[in-house]
Design a protein around this ligand. Structure first.
Ligand SMILES: Cc1ncc(COP(=O)(O)O)c(C=O)c1O
Length: 421
């Protein structure tokens, strides 16, 4: 079992979080490998023919990545650094898609040299750049266009990416012309279409509308003689941070198959309603790792003022930026359960008023040194962490069954300064 109580102590699988803290100190991130495996497995079984290209941006810890590669999960990468990690953990290049709206010529060259499945091109300008880099290397670049279907994903504006005001993708209304232009380029090979309308999406309707837009575009392109081999629907399935009820991968699969006109029972069909049966690619991030991780810190003070109580932890927005950046909610609980006795804002040690992990939380009367867990922190946690205020990056620990291992050492002050002259 993922995170659970046993006689009042919080465990990850069979390991008490307090036992890890005794050896590793705080703050640390902890990830349940079995939970990650279960969630990746749900995608693999719901979409047996699809490429599940895990979004590295959510959590690019090498131990997590190795676990996913062993389960047959591919990679969605958005930088040379993420591509390097994907190759380092042994991801087959034909399971790697390269996204991003600002790839450098060097990164494009690296992707081509690595023989990735597909470069998802974000603009007409980037198409020219990819063609130029491919020409210089004497290779043909496999590309999809990231289209922007102008759909409101009904999530936080900072994680909405599919509205026409967003910086991502080409407007779907202009995509036809770009595909024609790409077809005329000798160093480009069109392989598919991509879209990603946002993250933490908890409603089915926007995701379905995006799938339908891609189907319609694919059909129009087919009429123009352009057959797509890949339909990449991006990531975006949300998780239950509080009481949200996002779709499961299986629900998403039935909806996608219906939206694309695919009969999931008939895998051989090559044409459905005029739509060439293209391979589905998905790029889930949060829904694989989010609920499988927690951030553990300890209490420095319970500060009481006439206006408010503040539970001051040894960790804050430096390690988990989502509450400050998106006003995101994370459940926060003591590692040793006790009855709630007060209401407090849970804050970190960073010199910013935005350094709040949770507002007005009902908590026990905690003491210095008590451990506190910020739940559902496996996605966009460590990967967005900073060293602001010269706070070392936290340690990372993986758990499987009753075994656990530190997979990222906590930084020392010397290591933080090591690259400076
Ligand atoms: C292009 C792309 N694909 C996939 C993802 C992963 O999204 P999520 O973590 O919501 O599944 C993102 C994240 O925003 C993204 O930008």
């Amino acid at each position: 079992m993922n995170f659970h109580d046993q006689d009042g102590d919080l465990y990850c699988e069979s390991v008490p979080l307090a036992a890890i803290a005794r050896e590793v100190g705080t703050p640390y991130y902890v990830y349940s490998l079995d939970e990650i495996g279960r969630r990746a497995g749900a995608y693999r079984s719901a979409f047996p023919d699809a490429l599940i290209a895990y979004a590295y941006k959510a959590n690019a810890n090498l131990a997590v990545l190795r676990h996913l590669v062993a389960l047959g999960v591919g990679a969605d990468v958005v930088s040379g650094g993420e591509l390097w990690r994907a190759l380092k953990v042994g991801t087959p290049p034909h399971q790697i898609v390269f996204n991003g709206n600002g790839k450098t010529p060097q990164e494009i060259a690296y992707a081509l040299a690595s023989d990735v499945l597909c470069i998802n091109v974000d603009s007409a300008e980037e198409m020219e750049l990819v063609a130029e880099v491919a020409r210089a290397r004497g290779v043909i670049a496999p590309i999809s266009f990231r289209v922007n279907p102008d759909i409101d994903p009904q999530t936080h504006p900072h994680i909405s990416t599919g509205l026409k005001q967003s910086k991502f993708g080409v407007p779907i209304t202009e995509a036809g012309l770009l595909y024609q232009a790409a077809r005329a380029q000798p160093f480009l090979k069109i392989v598919g279409v991509h879209c990603h309308i946002g993250s933490q999406i908890t409603q089915a309707a926007p995701l379905l509308a995006a799938a339908q837009s891609l189907r319609d575009l694919t059909l129009r392109l087919k009429d123009d003689g352009i057959d797509l081999a890949l339909i990449n629907l991006g990531g975006g399935l949300g998780i239950a941070y509080r009481d949200e009820r996002p779709m499961t991968p299986h629900e998403w699969a039935s909806a996608v198959n219906a939206a694309l006109g695919y009969d999931s029972a008939n895998n051989d069909s090559t044409k459905i309603g005029g739509l060439q049966r293209a391979r589905i690619v998905l790029e889930p991030g949060r829904s694989i790792v989010g609920a499988a991780g927690a951030l553990v810190g300890q209490v420095i003070h319970l500060k009481r003022t006439s206006a408010k109580n503040f539970l001051v932890l040894d960790v804050g927005m430096n390690a988990l930026m989502r509450p400050s950046l998106y006003n995101a909610y994370h459940a926060i609980r003591p590692v040793r359960a006790a009855a709630a006795a007060l209401t407090a804002d849970v804050v970190g040690p960073i010199c910013e008023s935005a350094d709040v992990l949770g507002r007005d939380r009902a908590l026990p009367d905690l003491k210095r040194g008590d451990l506190v867990a910020v739940m559902d922190a496996g996605a966009y946690g460590f990967s967005m962490a900073s060293r602001y205020n010269q706070q070392p990056l936290p340690a990372e620990v993986v758990v499987q069954g009753d075994r656990w291992e530190v997979v990222t050492q906590r930084e020392t002050w010397e290591q933080m300064a090591a690259r400076e002259t």
